[in-house]
Write a protein that binds this ligand. Structure first.
Ligand SMILES: Cc1cc2nc3c(=O)[nH]c(=O)nc-3n(C[C@H](O)[C@H](O)[C@H](O)COP(=O)(O)O)c2cc1C
Length: 232
């Protein structure tokens, strides 16, 4: 049996969300072709686990200084316990479907919070003798389905790069330009890679605020999702 975790970072229901519509197509197609799949769906707006806030940060400090879990306060133990449930659930699944809108060239903050929780030293990755992170998850696959109002595809950016290159401040602008079209996606990709999830795909449901392009782009993404799910 394959355990599939659908991780949605969206505050609205699917009727109002293109990223979720495409994700639904992906998951339905995959499950139809792989009936031996157990699907768990979580919405990160319901996540009941704290950030690295004052309680968690002080608990980390206590443990790093050699203190035991038992000598943490009840509040610290509960906070770490909730974070651990999230990490354990993530590790127990084989495949991940991340779903979010593009917000401010990136994604909603709840997704960063989730990635920060599951990217846990000594559980999902560890440092090697060179001080480099090595993923501890093996055999996992992930896809990130993201919708945007504008066109933030690689092609769009690449086609406009020569224009930016002509600008008098090109040396300063270009490195930023190369990532600012969508600086959220590289974060998802890199965090997964750090944990060892290297089989990764991204579907960009772009141009959803552009009336002349939205429908074609959505249909293309639905097709892409169907095809990707069939080959996953
Ligand atoms: C708070 C907010 C920020 C947004 N920021 C961007 C952005 O930076 N770039 C963009 O192309 N679209 C942006 N949009 C538009 C959404 O990405 C677009 O509506 C997309 O379809 C959202 O995904 P959804 O259809 O799954 O809801 C933003 C929308 C909201 C509400």
């Amino acid at each position: 049996m394959t355990k599939l975790l659908v991780i949605t970072a969206h505050p609205a229901p699917v009727e109002y969300s293109k990223s979720q519509r495409v994700a639904e197509k992906f998951v339905d197609t995959y499950v139809a072709q792989n009936p031996n799949t157990e699907v768990t769906k979580i919405n990160l707006y319901d996540l009941d686990a704290p950030d690295v806030d004052r309680v968690v940060y002080s608990a980390f400090g206590h443990l790093m200084n050699g203190g035991s879990f038992e000598t943490l306060t009840t509040e610290q133990q509960q906070a770490l316990g909730k974070r651990q449930e999230v990490i354990t659930q993530f590790m127990e699944h084989d495949r991940y479907v991340f779903v979010s809108p593009m917000w401010e060239f990136s994604f909603p903050a709840v997704l960063k919070k989730y990635l920060d929780i599951v990217c846990a030293a000594r559980q999902t990755f560890q440092y090697n003798e060179l001080g480099m992170p090595v993923g501890l998850l093996t055999g996992k696959k992930a896809i990130y389905i993201q919708a945007s109002g504008g066109n933030h595809t690689k092609d769009f950016i690449v086609n406009r790069r020569p224009l930016v290159a002509q600008h008098e401040n090109a040396t300063v602008l270009l490195p930023t330009f190369d990532t600012f079209g969508n600086y959220g996606e590289p974060i998802v990709r890199a965090t997964l890679a750090i944990m060892g999830v290297l089989d990764y795909q991204h579907i960009m449901v772009h141009s959803q605020s552009m009336p002349h392009a939205a429908e074609d782009s959505l249909n293309a993404s639905l097709q892409q999702a169907e095809q990707a799910a069939s080959q996953w």
